[in-house]
Write a new protein. Sequence first.
Length: 184
Amino acid sequence: MRLPPLTEEELDPAQRAVLEAMRQGPRGGALGLAGPFGVWVRAPSVGAPTQALGAAVRYATGLADNVREVAICTVGVFHRASFEFAAHRALAEAAGVDSAALERLRAGEAPGFRGDEDLAYRVAHHLLHEHRLSETLYAEARAAFGDTALIELVTTIGYYCLVSLTLNAFEIPLSPGMDEPFPR
């Protein structure tokens, strides 16, 4: 980790307010300074709105859990964000996403997702690699998800790009019990 370790006791009032906002939100009271959260509390002016967007993306959209997690895992693989992929792979599997497909995604192979999971993967993949959606893919995603959920999906992809870049820039280590998905 590139930033010096930080304990909760060292937080100033503005930093503590960001941590408390995270804990009082849908993430729950046990949230600590792991992952990107330990970075964002250090910069409350961006940390507070960033964590609020993250709570909305994770807990307040109309996206099915499996669809959201496939998109997040796709972003994590694209950015080779170890913490992100390790954390969300477990969430994806808990949401019913096929573990073999997630392993193929991690390995850089065609994952072979099905249904809406495949559509979420293709939307994320195209935005990450092509930076836009073709008219055909856009029409397919809009027909399947509707305008609101498609906006939520694109926002989820963008938010997790921010998460992944934060994790990578500050070399955030895996939490105990996480397996390294991208050994160097």
